[in-house]
Design a protein around this ligand. Structure first.
Ligand code: HEM
Length: 89
């Protein structure tokens, strides 16, 4: 693998893990910690919840794009394995 490609993969992977941690924390905090609906009325935590939902959704979108780039960068390897195991001609 060329140096340029390795650097791209490394960068995509490092950003992906950071983004994955943000996704896990915003998803789990919203689900398990922050109050919902009536419980949260008049409370600043409801704004935090809305902020986390928006963050989770946008970061989720970025994560999908990063995974697509990750797969594209590994495409020659994936293709050679698909051929090796007879899944692709
Ligand atoms: C591509 C990645 C992801 C996308 C596109 C995505 C998208 C979403 C969306 C649209 C919701 C609903 C938010 C709402 O209430 O409007 C949600 C909820 C949730 N997500 Fe994710 N998510 C992703 C990854 C993750 C990961 C990695 C975790 C790991 C723990 C996670 C945990 C959760 C949890 C626990 C909820 C429920 C929150 C609640 O009930 O309040 N998500 N996600």
């Amino acid at each position: 693998m060329s140096n340029g490609k390795s650097l791209k993969l490394w960068t995509v992977n490092v950003i992906s893990i950071i983004i994955f941690v943000i996704l896990c924390s915003t998803g789990l905090i919203n689900w398990l910690v922050l109050p919902r609906g009536y419980e949260a009325r008049g409370n600043f935590l409801v704004s935090l919840r809305h902020f986390f939902i928006a963050l989770h959704e946008w970061v989720g979108l970025i994560f999908i794009v990063l995974i697509a780039i990750h797969i594209a960068l590994h495409w020659p390897y994936i293709k050679s394995n698909l051929k090796k195991y007879g899944i692709m001609k």
